[in-house]
Design a protein around this ligand. Structure first.
Ligand code: HIF
Length: 286
């Protein structure tokens, strides 16, 4: 039995469950990264509401948000880990699973601290509509991510996570993967944004996405309108070019910005203990 607060064995068990031969591209990794981000990405700095603390996606109000379609798969993958380590909060488990998945898929080691609680303060529940709409452009990206406290450079650095996983017609309505090897973390997403010709395609459901008809590529790759928007704005484009040519800088900047994402709304003391008192109920620290 592991001690409460000892995350090393939890990390190991998450790493083991990533291998899912029957699922998608054979890995639970990408959908776990999306779970971590959607749990945190509801944060609003002005009202200090939303964020990963509280694991609100367990409840219909947030879990049933169409923006979160498909994330039940990620939560189900993690249930055996929660059963084995009942002391871990869902809020910690979901964010930790995201960083373990990124690392296991060849990405950077993202600093992660525990202590989030599953206590839900009804007055701090985020309304729906806080997660981005992929059919929009650059103004929408700034509106969504500035609200969380991210600048242009951080928006582009984060976007590199679309190197992982794919879009599903029965979840978001979009279809396909961004890169040829969607379970390997790299800066390929940025390189393809620049090197391939992206053409608009209207799907049967009416949604528009961008696809590549490059003759060398065996599979059709895709970009969301929000991905293409990064190449249509000078301020964003500067960083797309930087990350396409400099993988080390991308990894370093992604590390900072993803750890900032999963800490949104959390206040800690010098030893890492969470101080937001209204979120202290129900955590293993209590
Ligand atoms: Fe995604 N994202 N994301 N995303 N996302 C999808 C899938 C993944 C946006 C839209 C979508 C980020 C930002 C944005 C991942 C990780 C991150 C899908 C497809 C859509 C539509 C869902 C489906 O159909 O299954 C938009 C509009 C964003 C604002 C730019 C983050 C930066 C890139 C913050 C981020 O980390 C991952 C991983 C997936 C793949 C999930 C999978 O099941 O494979």
């Amino acid at each position: 039995m592991s001690k409460a607060g000892d995350f090393a064995p939890v990390r190991q068990d998450i790493a083991k469950l990533l291998h899912q031969p029957e699922y998608d591209d054979g890995s639970a990794g990408p959908v776990l990264v999306r779970l971590a981000w959607h749990s945190a990405g509801t944060y609003d700095a002005e009202t200090d509401t939303g964020g990963s603390n509280g694991a609100g996606m367990r409840y219909e109000a947030e879990g049933g948000d169409p923006a979160n379609a498909g994330l039940q798969h990620a939560r189900v993958f993690l249930e055996p880990v929660k059963a084995k380590y009942p002391w871990i909060t869902y809020a910690d488990l979901w964010t930790l699973a995201g960083v373990v998945a990124i690392k296991e898929m060849g990405g950077p080691d993202i600093p992660w601290l525990g202590g989030r609680t599953d206590y839900v303060d009804d007055s701090k529940l985020p309304p729906r509509g806080r997660l981005p709409d992929a059919a929009q452009g650059g103004d929408h990206l700034r509106w969504i991510f500035n609200r969380m406290g991210f600048n242009d450079q951080e928006i582009v650095a984060l976007s590199g996570a679309h190197n992982l996983g794919r879009c599903h017609s029965d979840r978001s309505g979009f279809e396909g993967a961004w890169v040829n090897n969607p379970t390997r973390f790299s800066n390929q997403y940025f390189r393809l944004l620049l090197s391939l010709q992206w053409k608009k395609k209207t799907l049967a459901n009416g949604l528009e996405q961008f696809v590549n008809y490059d003759e060398d590529s065996e599979t059709e790759l895709m970009m969301l309108p929000t991905d293409i928007a990064l190449t249509q704005d000078k301020a964003f484009m500067k960083y797309v070019e930087l990350y396409a040519r400099d993988k080390e800088t991308f990894f370093a900047d992604f590390t900072k910005v993803f750890s900032k994402l999963i800490e949104l709304g959390i206040v800690r003391d010098g030893e890492g203990k969470i101080l937001n008192t209204d979120n202290q109920k129900g955590g293993y620290h209590s």
